[in-house]
Design a protein around this ligand. Sequence first.
Ligand code: SF4
Length: 235
Amino acid sequence: MLFVNGRHVPMEFFEDIPFSLDREVLLQRMRLVAGTKEADEFEALVDRAEAMGRPKAGYTVRYIDEKGEDTVTIGGVTFTSAALRRNLEGLERVFPFLATCGREVEDIVFDRQDFVRAYYWDTIKGALLECARRHLQQHLEARFLLKTTAAMSPGSGDVDIWPIEQQRLLFGLIGDLPPAVGVTLTESCLMIPVKSISGIRFPSEHDFRSCTVCRRENCPSRTAPFDPDLWESLH
Ligand code: SF4
């Protein structure tokens, strides 16, 4: 259970998420050829991450109190985002969540000159975060019998889609979850470990991706094409 504003709400978190890192996929992502010196160095870091990594994730169950034109109030916290408001149409229950690569791998510091290995490590931390995120999604869908879900995060997509400053509101909504999984929020609303993701997951037949409403060009992490009609409809 989670204690928020003097009330108990359901919370569950996972500190020992089983995971394995797909070396083939990671080598491809890094454009490294197996058997080369560079690939061996990279795989040594993957070994290290598998030995010491502890990706973590958790969620709470909250109910929608009220919906405005471009606002939605959840558990007494009002978020302003036309996209979030639209995505939550017809819903009463949502799952605010947090997932992270874990502090254990965050605290490794490489020599400043060793930027290649630092870059490798950053990619591996991203893969650990993805393991945590996927574990949580699968758990929620199975536990609450949800056929499919989608998620939104403050600060993803164009700045006005769901402003990153509302990260503070989200952290207020999830109460004790950040310390439980070892994530802190800086004054500029960035999370530490940096490879962490917070947001609201909700039942949805449509896969919503913030990339569809993000105009950033040449983003290497883009997972969906920009949708100008959708973007226009939210402004
Ligand atoms: S295009 Fe890139 S910056 Fe924009 S939401 Fe997608 S991953 Fe994030």
